[in-house]
Write a protein that binds this ligand. Structure first.
Ligand code: XIL
Length: 387
């Protein structure tokens, strides 16, 4: 080899080495959501079965790198955990809890008492008739005690009761309510606390920014506390849209729950980019669905830039609110890892292409991820400076 060629080769080798080092450094240094937000709140995600069982490795990598908390999207609901009376199925939930522990994640149990995704047998006798109040209370107690005891000390917080109050503040006319009356709520909280006195206990619901629902939940928190029962936080599901709710009503709800003496968790955050098929009755009531209409599914080929920008802006506004109120917010959990996983593709209208989460269909972090990290860092700077 001629001296000049040799020299060029050496230079090239150094340049490549240098580049790969720089790339490595960039990879190592690139901040994650959980690092940026660690002084603010836990940042969580719901996991589906493909993630729980490690089949979706790309999503699993994102969870490990970006998130500090997990919740099971479906497998801990009563129809899956106790499909027949006394016959519990724990394989998926066990795996979910193992995954959380192995990766140092805060684990939430979702959900113990909910009218939806509950098995039919829960409320009926062998003739198909509603069971008595006494029997239903026994079943609630047995379900809660068995499930919480299994994960005692490992699952740190439970959505004890989900969606018991309607938007206008009245009680939901569920089987729990019809058979037991409003007492099913304090009973569930009591059984949960008895099963694991160290576990945090939450009331979880959607549309909790609606004034009627908000005031009824404040009343509920006070009455649980007056009865000496433990309630640590209100879980605000956070299934939001481009034009609902407004930030002021959301902030007013956070303030109301904090004044009632509990923390707030944003438990099921997703921001639909799609038009809402319902003018009224927006929210996340699982049974309120609408038939597919082509014109309600406008972005099958990708999100236009203008909509993506508006989406990023709106999600950013919500994160500004969460960061500004991080003293009271313990956790913000996304309802899924990436857009293709989101239940919003099928709710309230089946078969649509939605863009509700922080990672896109190629598992790439959206622009908002960078912005959330910047917002968190900027807030830390001002907090540190003002101290
Ligand atoms: C949803 C899941 O995401 C769907 O996969 C399932 O088909 C229905 O339930 N409120 C809740 C969540 O508390 O458990 C719901 O999750 C969404 C609304």
């Amino acid at each position: 080899m001629k001296p000049l060629t040799l020299c060029l080769c050496i230079c090239l080798a150094f340049t490549l080495l240098d580049c790969s080092q720089t790339k490595k450094e960039v990879e190592v240094k690139e901040p994650s959501l959980k690092e940026a937000l660690k002084d603010k709140f836990l940042i969580g995600t719901a996991l589906n079965l493909n993630q729980i069982w490690g089949k979706d490795t790309l999503a699993v990598n994102i969870v490990k790198r970006q998130f500090s908390a997990i919740v099971a999207e479906n497998c801990m609901k009563s129809m899956y955990l106790q499909p027949k009376e006394g016959e519990f199925y724990f394989n998926d939930a066990d795996r979910f809890v193992d995954f959380g522990e192995q990766n140092g994640l805060f684990i939430t149990g979702h959900t113990l008492i909910w009218h939806s995704q509950a098995p039919g047998w829960f409320f009926t006798d062998d003739k198909g008739k509603d069971v008595s109040k006494k029997v239903l209370i026994e079943r609630i107690k047995n379900h809660i005690t068995t499930v919480i005891s299994r994960y005692k000390g490992r699952i740190k917080g439970w959505d004890v009761v989900n969606e018991a109050i309607l938007d206008d503040g009245s009680w939901r006319d569920s089987k729990f309510y019809q058979i037991i009356g409003e007492d099913f709520i304090p009973l569930a909280f009591r059984f949960a606390h008895e099963a694991d006195p160290d576990a945090e206990l939450y009331y979880n619901d959607y549309n909790e920014w609606h004034a009627g629902k908000r005031d009824a939940i404040v009343k509920l928190i006070k009455s649980l506390k007056d009865s000496g029962l433990r309630i640590d936080a209100v879980g605000m599901q956070g299934h939001i849209g481009m034009d609902y709710p407004n930030l002021e009503e959301y902030k007013a709800a956070i303030d109301a729950y904090v004044s009632a003496g509990v923390k707030v968790m944003i438990t099921e955050l997703d921001l639909s980019a799609l038009p809402s098929p319902r003018q009224k009755n927006i929210g996340a009531n699982v049974s309120d669905t609408a038939a597919y209409r082509q014109e309600m599914n406008p972005y099958t080929g990708g999100l236009p830039d203008s909509v993506a920008t508006a989406w990023t802006q709106r999600m950013g506004d919500f994160f500004n609110l969460f960061i500004a109120n991080s003293e009271h917010i313990k956790r913000v959990t996304l309802w899924g890892v990436m857009d293709a996983d989101s239940w919003k593709n099928d709710y309230p209208m089946p078969g649509r292409t939605d863009y509700a989460l922080l990672f896109d269909r190629e598992y790439k972090a959206k622009q908002i991820v960078k912005e959330i990290i910047e917002k968190a860092n900027a807030n830390s700077d001002t907090t540190t400076n003002s101290k």
